[in-house]
Design a protein around this ligand. Structure first.
Ligand code: SF4
Length: 262
């Protein structure tokens, strides 16, 4: 499925700027879209030199007018300032030594900075330090769960490791971008566009209805351990192939199942 998504949504991997600039950009991008965070970053660049020392010296009230468009500016401004101060004082203004550490160590250290959670740390580690890691954003989390790659209640690290287990290290950053593009355009949050989705035949959460009613109800049974927010996965007893799965449609009607054959 991931190969199909990648072919349908080819992406060019963007080149990250410096570590600190990428960090500020990523903090600004939290809980908003690219358009707003990029606009805020442009304004910030016009008025400030993006270095830890410069931003550490400013005040939140001065920063806010430039980053307002990124939303949550009352919390983002002090976080950027405090993170800048720590990077300046603790690391002499450079994150190079932190990013050069092994992945786990570097991530733990980055996450001690205000405003840096697992996703922000992974973005730096993937795009700046070139670690073969997949940062998990809201689109990737949703798509991965709907595709049945991760449990519906999986946390950040579970989603990341489930996905990474399926993608060779060299393709991970590319696939990160490709799944985001797919999630934005097709597997949207409120209304997934299953009817035009290139993987609707193999997606256990697809709402495209197939001829499930042709299978007698007695032949349907729950597959142990597989459960999705959208409905339980079922398998056809008559078909020995484990990957022939059926699931309830979003409508929740018991007589309305979706079949997938892969
Ligand atoms: S079939 Fe629907 S739920 Fe499944 S990946 Fe495609 S759009 Fe998302």
């Amino acid at each position: 499925m991931l190969g199909v998504i990648n072919k349908a949504f080819p992406v060019r991997v963007w080149k990250a700027g410096g570590a600190f600039e990428t960090l500020v950009q990523t903090i600004l991008s939290q809980n908003t879209n690219d358009r707003n965070s990029e606009a805020a970053m442009r304004k910030l660049r016009k008025h400030y030199k993006i270095t830890p020392r410069t931003l550490a010296k400013t005040r939140a009230s001065r920063l806010i007018p430039y980053i307002r468009q990124a939303g949550l500016y009352r919390s983002k401004a002090p976080r950027i300032i405090e993170t800048s101060r720590i990077i300046d004082e603790r690391y002499g203004g450079s994150l190079t030594k932190v990013l050069d550490q092994p992945y786990k160590q570097a991530k733990e250290e980055l996450m001690t900075l205000p405003g840096v959670g697992p996703k922000t740390a992974d973005i730096l580690l993937a795009f700046v330090a070139k670690n073969p890691v997949i940062p998990i954003d809201t689109h990737i989390a949703r798509v991965t769960k709907r595709l049945g790659i991760a449990r519906s209640k999986a946390n950040y690290e579970e989603i990341r490791t489930s996905l990474e287990a399926l993608i060779p290290p060299r393709d991970r950053v590319r696939d990160h971008l490709s799944i985001i593009a797919f999630g934005r355009a097709i597997c949207k949050a409120p209304r997934p566009r299953c009817s035009i989705c290139p993987v609707n035949k193999s997606c256990p959460s697809s709402i495209v209805r197939h001829e499930i009613n042709r299978i007698p109800r007695q032949q349907l049974f729950l597959v142990n351990g597989h459960s999705h927010g959208d409905g339980s996965l079922l398998a056809d007893r008559s078909n020995k192939r484990r990957h022939t799965l059926l699931c309830r449609s979003y409508s929740g009607r018991k007589d309305n199942y979706t079949r997938r054959d892969s």
